[in-house]
Design a protein around this ligand. Structure first.
Ligand code: NAD
Ligand code: GLY
Length: 369
């Protein structure tokens, strides 16, 4: 298999390439120059990511000497409209105009914030993502969902805004803290469950290599996820149907993140609990075979320990789920697995069943850590 792959996302609103594989960062300069020329390129990232990756990114871009990135806080608690305003004002002060290009370097928080800024700053400027977490490389940097949180819930303000290119270099993962890296693996497993049973088997077989960040394993799983995301984005850019499959595990996950004020779970860890919950619901309401359910839960558990579930009542969790943007008229909708590789979307479930699964998980959760 080639180390550097060019995967095309043929979304209705924009066609663009994802350069994926070892050495992709070297393509950043030529890609940006091809899309944007050399003037008006602004790198946006967080202090944390800049500490490790500012130098390689600036040198790949060959920006003028003394060029500095615009930095902002990339904690989930700062993924809000105040940060969007701060970044926009810094862009104004730095002289960014309608022909400028924003280069977002970081994890999902940086990508979601900069994506939303790119969609709205001067009514839209060019955008290039350089994702540096596994979550961002396999999911958030591709497909054009951007946005920020409100106190009332996650990602409640945002826009669909496709980038002009994405540079996915697994080498950037080498500085990622262990827990952040493992969080991304749950999103990879998600793709296996929703649409790619072969990827699921690869994860089962190669999990130790994946956990060790073995380049050969990454070179298989990351492009596979990017291709899956590209396929879904091309067919259903604005989530009229098929794209809902990507929300597998997220109804529980977003509620968990919200009731814990985004302080307890990494996004992927919340998704891991969400996958387990949706798997139990799948047995109860989508004829998921027990054997498949056992494989899913076993694989999720093999990735590593998860933070304990919070002591929140089922009523409290259901309330958080209802304020999620995936609910319709206050009715909860779930994505449930029917077998490994296939899910059913838009499943409306009786709330007592969801409460039962939550209470069961809270009671047995300790043994799952
Ligand atoms: P993150 O952006 O919160 O980053 C995690 C941590 O890793 C941060 O402290 C960051 O500074 C640090 N970091 C990033 N890259 C690093 C590197 N290479 N080396 C060292 N440290 C590094 O986490 P995430 O999991 O990437 O993103 C989660 C966010 O993405 C959530 O807000 C979630 O809602 C969003 N998301 C969006 C989509 C989408 O489609 N838009 C999809 C999935 C997740
Ligand atoms: N991460 C879900 C989506 O992009 O639709």
């Amino acid at each position: 298999m080639k180390t550097l792959q060019k995967i095309i996302v043929d979304a209705p609103s924009k066609r663009y390439a994802v350069y994926c594989g070892k050495g992709a960062l070297r393509e950043l300069g030529p890609v940006v120059r091809g899309i944007a020329g050399t003037a008006g390129v602004f790198v946006l990232t967080s202090p944390n990511v800049a500490r490790r990756w500012e130098r390689p990114v600036l040198s790949a871009l060959r920006l003028a000497r003394g060029a500095k990135p615009i930095l902002f806080d990339d904690r989930e608690a700062a993924k809000n409209l105040a940060t969007v305003e701060k970044v926009c004002r810094e862009l104004i002060r730095a002289g960014a105009d309608r022909h400028s290009t924003l280069v977002a370097v970081g994890g999902g928080v940086v990508g979601d914030v900069v994506g939303f800024v790119a969609a709205s700053y001067l009514r839209g400027v060019k955008l290039i993502h350089v994702p540096t977490t596994l979550v961002a490389q396999v999911d958030s940097a591709v497909g054009g969902k951007t946005g920020v949180n409100l106190a009332e819930g996650k990602n409640l303000v945002g826009a669909f805004y496709q980038p002009d290119a994405v540079i996915v270099d697994p080498a950037t993962l080498k500085t990622l803290p262990e827990r952040e890296y493992r969080s991304g693996i749950y999103e990879v497993i998600k793709y296996g469950i929703i649409s790619d049973s072969k990827l699921f088997r690869v994860c089962e077989r190669e999990l130790e290599g994946i956990l060790d960040r073995d380049p050969a394993a990454l070179n298989v799983i990351i492009p596979r996820c990017v291709r899956a995301k590209a396929r879904v984005t091309a067919l259903d850019e604005r989530e009229a149907g098929l794209r809902e499959t990507l929300n597998f595990g997220h109804t529980f996950a977003h509620a968990l993140e919200s009731v814990t004020n985004y302080c307890v779970f990494r996004h992927g860890e919340a998704v891991a609990w969400g996958i387990i919950a949706a798997t139990l619901l799948g047995i109860a309401a989508a004829n998921l075979p027990l054997h498949d359910a056992a494989r899913i839960i076993r694989l999720v558990r093999r990735v590593g320990p998860l933070p304990a579930l919070p002591k929140v009542s089922a009523a409290g969790l259901l309330a958080a789920m209802r304020s999620d943007k995936k609910s319709q008229g206050g009715r909860l909708r779930f994505v449930l697995p029917t077998k490994i590789g296939t899910v059913r979307t838009g499943v409306k479930l009786p709330e007592p069943l969801v409460s039962l699964v939550w209470n069961t998980l809270v009671q047995t959760g300790r043994s799952l850590q």
